[in-house]
Design a protein around this ligand. Structure first.
Ligand code: FAS
Ligand code: PHB
Length: 389
């Protein structure tokens, strides 16, 4: 098999890269080790930054999001028994869209297949080869047969547990890692969220987040210890904590729990994000605590930069944007890492903290919700910093 760009992984990064390349007339093949049904049903991110929702619409895959997504102008911070609204629209003229990651996946898969794109599902034993040459290769099993793709570039979009990052010699890489002394219990519930926009809640019992997937489908999270197990969280305990951590600011309706699980909190960045003709994008190169809602948005930003670099190479033979790919992405990745860390330390009860830290957190929450300058800084990071060409 031969293609211009071979992509490992059909998540937001891989699918969007393939879609953007096709708009530039560049061929690609996506190799995905899960089934189409699995990747289209996996509950993950839910928040899309303004520039990213604009990109989905401008590139022809945002029509259903515009119909079914929920556009928000701001968020609420709950602390000290009150709700405080941060109005992004007033502060930075932008907003965010709530639209489940699995819906973005469905829209991108449908568009790629409608455009005649090649997505091979349920592949196995994927390996990458000859990364240092001008004709890298991918070998894999599919439908019981061994295959090899010869290509010009490989998009390593196979997430944090994929095979692309480990295929790069460790001597060529530097990893930056941070673990947090807490995780989240997350649920999807057939019930209305307590507010029509998100509520981030600071509480003596721990952090809680009240978001949604629709007006009747709540996506709710509570902070839990880092080694906790979902078995310790029967529905009754989850509802009890969600009620308590709203701090009396809003009533919360309960409903049938459709899904629940533990989301781990971790920061990880790999430098550089490229090796020879292999370019890592999204979770294969970086992950961050979901508090700042950056994961899927960073994946889309990486592949926008990568597509522009590959397109310039094919159009002019110029490799300057390819050579600068990592530096361009990492400048924005580290700002998103900082913001995700900042939102996480602001809201979570850290077992290593003391009474001084609790007062400091409350002072910072008071500052962000009472200072235009502080709120504007939060708003421009939350709605998405610009993506450098
Ligand atoms: P992905 O992990 O989405 O996609 C990688 C793809 O590669 C997958 O389809 C995988 O099956 C495939 N793959 C892996 N190994 C392969 C191999 N060897 N061969 C072929 N294919 C392979 N982010 C937020 O912003 N907000 C959230 O609330 C949030 N919640 C999350 C909850 C969970 C449980 C998880 C795991 C992540 C969450 N994230 C959240 C982060 C998430 O949205 C990621 O940032 C986003 O999926 C990144 O997209 P990709 O980089 O495309 O990686
Ligand atoms: C979500 O909708 O799943 C979501 C939204 C905002 C966050 C984290 C998760 O900060």
């Amino acid at each position: 098999m031969r293609t211009q760009v071979a992509i490992v992984g059909a998540g937001p990064a891989g699918l969007m890269l393939s879609h953007l390349l096709r708009l530039e007339g560049i061929d690609s093949i996506i190799l995905e080790n899960r089934s189409r049904e699995y990747i289209e049903s996996r509950i993950r991110a839910g928040l899309i930054e303004q520039w990213a929702s604009d990109l989905l619409v401008e590139t022809g895959v945002g029509e259903r999001m515009q119909r079914e997504g929920m556009f928000h102008n701001g968020v609420y911070f709950a602390f000290a028994g009150a709700l405080h609204y941060i109005n992004f629209r007033e502060l930075v003229g932008k907003g965010i869209t709530i639209y489940g990651q699995q819906e973005v996946i469905k829209d991108l898969v449908a568009r790629r297949l409608a455009d005649g794109g090649q997505i091979l599902f349920e592949v196995a034993d994927v390996s990458v080869h000859d990364l240092g040459g001008k004709a890298p290769k991918i070998r894999f099993q599919h439908a019981g047969k061994q295959h090899e793709i010869v290509c010009d570039f490989i998009g390593g979009c196979d997430g944090f547990h994929g095979i692309c990052r480990p295929s790069i010699p460790a001597s060529a890489l530097t990893a930056y890692d941070r673990e947090y002394p807490f995780n989240w219990v997350g649920i999807l519930s057939e019930s209305p969220p307590p507010e029509h926009e998100l509520i981030y809640s600071y509480h003596d019992r721990g952090f809680a987040l009240y978001t949604m997937r629709s007006p009747t489908l709540a996506r709710l999270y509570v902070q839990c210890p880092p080694d906790d197990d979902i078995e310790n969280w029967p529905d009754t305990r989850i509802w009890q904590e969600l009620h308590a951590r709203l701090g009396g600011t809003r009533p919360l309706a309960e409903g049938t729990m459709l899904q629940k699980g533990i989301t781990t909190m971790r920061s990880f960045v790999l430098e550089p994000m490229q090796y020879g003709r292999l370019f890592l994008a999204g979770d294969s190169a970086h992950i961050q605590p979901p508090t700042g809602a950056k994961g899927m948005n960073l994946a889309l930003a990486d592949v926008l930069v990568l597509c522009r670099a590959i397109t310039k190479y094919y159009r002019s033979g110029n490799t300057d944007l390819l050579e600068r790919y990592s530096a361009t992405c990492l400048r924005r990745v580290w700002k998103a890492q900082r913001f995700s860390w900042w939102m996480t330390q602001l809201f979570h009860l850290d077992p290593n903290h003391n009474a001084f830290d609790r007062r400091r957190q409350l002072a910072e929450l008071d500052y962000v919700t009472s200072s235009q300058a502080a709120a504007r800084s939060m708003a421009e990071n939350y709605t998405g910093l610009p993506v450098e060409a």
